[in-house]
Design a protein around this ligand. Structure first.
Ligand code: PLP
Length: 491
């Protein structure tokens, strides 16, 4: 009981927290038989405490969310959905799943919710297939006047050919879209014919006329909106208009910005809720829940979406659904609305520091929780910027920009996001300080020269030791005021 005993010894009774005791006791318990795993959990806490996290897709979930996942709910099979199970003894799983469903419906005010997807990618595949089954399979079965199980093998094969001939159109990967939106190395482009729309090369923003033109030419069954690296808001009313004009279903993947919709920062036409027929999301980014996915949809898709398992998914994860229920309760509060607003204020304040230096921030700024900074004017790649910043205690990831001359591995940009630091309480003043530290690091980072090839190295870099030490100290100073899970003490 190393960690728990230390905690009880060093923390006065009034300051002791049940969450800290549970957390430390679980680490002590794990270490009895699996010391290596216990040590890696402790080391992860230490590592995250030593870095300022600017990874746009990550956050810090609450200890309640984390603790809800560490229990016997994981042992249950619960195929089906609440009150409609193919397994016995699911009464308590029903409570967890139904609470999550009710809570997420209350946040977003949507017709139907499904909280089983194990991740955002899984949610997208369930959503794609729900649309395809509703639009194509069910219509064909109606024409044939038969249920699917009664089709002959040749009739089923004929139907299958219809199913794999659907078309999806989403934002291209290099403009900021996601791999699951029709990228050639993802199943989405193998099960459907995929085409993409990009951003205007000048403004680096979505051009709705251009999207409408492309949609008319390609005639997608699914028009997909949503992004992983785009710093402006989307007008979903316009996207719905385009979808309707070509008979497509509007699907929105709000994996990145669902927390900003929940927090009422994105409202009206900037929120997909009243415009999209199908919405997917992760639960662990701006929404600040456990790692997982969810689907919100119009009533017409409810039945198919509820059959996500076995359509696409394996058995649901009851422990994660319990944690989702808690996270949704947390997101359904005024405090979360305040948090979401601060996420965007912080993002704007940080982007401003780079814009003031005339640096290339993609799309010219940000209206959401992130932005992409082009680092090529410093003479370095995104990879070198990522490594140099990490060496000074700032954790973010490199990101390709449109027509990136350095390709998807080295890249020319870095993606910068504020959800995690805002969760720690960091405000705009500290964000500006952090921006200036980052600027100093980037200005003093140089690509190493490869004498053999007589060219600049794309991976290795040099950073003046004094600058590095000084910036690292500044990062440590900033971190001191914003401790991660302060109730958990490891000494
Ligand atoms: N959709 C978007 C827009 C994303 O940004 C991501 C993750 O980065 C996903 C889907 C996939 O989420 P997951 O990693 O949970 O599968």
């Amino acid at each position: 009981m190393k960690y728990l005993n230390l905690y009880l010894k060093n923390t006065s009774l009034e300051k002791q927290s049940a969450a800290a005791i549970a957390y430390l006791a679980s680490i002590d318990h794990i270490s009895v038989n699996s010391p290596k795993i216990a040590e890696s959990i402790v080391n992860e806490i230490k590592a995250q405490r030593s870095q300022l996290k600017l990874i746009a897709s990550e956050n810090y979930s609450s200890l309640s969310v984390q603790l809800a996942m560490g229990n016997l709910l994981t042992d249950k099979y619960a195929e089906g959905y609440a009150k409609h199970r193919f397994y016995a003894g699911c009464e308590q799983v029903d409570v967890c799943e139904q609470t999550a469903v009710d809570e997420v419906k209350s946040i977003f005010g949507c017709d139907h919710a499904y909280v089983q997807p194990h991740s955002g990618a899984d949610a997208n595949i369930v959503a794609f297939w729900s649309i395809i089954i509703n639009k194509i399979q069910n219509k064909r079965l109606e024409q044939l006047g038969k249920k699917i199980d009664l089709l002959s093998n040749s009739e089923y094969e004929e139907l299958r050919q219809y199913l794999v001939n659907c078309k999806v159109m989403g934002m291209s990967l290099d403009a900021g879209g996601h791999l699951t939106h029709g990228f050639r190395h993802n199943i989405s482009s193998k099960m459907m014919q995929a085409s993409s729309y990009s951003i205007d090369p000048k403004t680096e923003m979505l051009d709705y006329d251009e999207i409408a033109k492309k949609a008319k030419e390609f005639k997608p069954d699914i028009l997909l909106a949503g992004y992983s690296a785009y710093s402006r808001r989307i007008n979903f009313a316009k996207m719905r208009e385009i979808a309707d004009s070509v008979g497509a279903t509007l699907m929105v993947d709000m994996a990145h910005f669902s927390g900003l919709v929940a927090g009422k920062v994105f409202k009206g036409e900037e929120s997909p809720i009243s415009y999209a027929q199908m919405i997917t999301s992760t639960t662990h980014k701006t929404l600040r829940g456990p790692r997982g996915g969810l689907i919100l949809c119009d009533q017409e898709f409810a039945e198919t979406v509820n059959k996500g398992c076995p359509l696409v998914l394996g058995g649901p994860l009851p422990h994660v659904m319990a944690a989702k229920a808690i996270a949704f309760q947390e997101a359904n509060t005024l405090a979360f609305q305040d948090y979401s607003k601060k996420v965007v204020d912080n993002s704007r304040a940080l982007a401003e520091i780079f814009l003031k230096e005339d640096l290339h921030v993609l799309s010219g700024g940000t209206d959401n929780h992130m932005f992409v900074l082009d680092v090529s004017s410093f003479g370095i790649t995104g990879r070198q910027a990522e490594d140099a910043l990490l060496d000074c205690g700032i954790c973010l990831n490199r990101n390709a920009i449109l027509n990136d001359k350095n390709g998807a591995w080295y890249t020319s940009g870095v993606r910068i996001g504020t959800p995690a630091l805002t969760s720690l309480g960091v405000g705009v003043d500290q964000m500006r300080d952090l921006g200036n530290i980052m600027l100093k690091i980037l200005k003093h980072t140089k690509a190493s020269f490869n004498t053999k090839t007589q060219s600049k190295n794309k991976a290795r870099y040099e950073l003046d030791a004094n600058i590095k030490r000084n910036c690292k100290e500044q990062v440590i100073d900033l971190l001191k005021d914003f401790p991660l899970y302060p109730e958990i003490t490891l000494q």
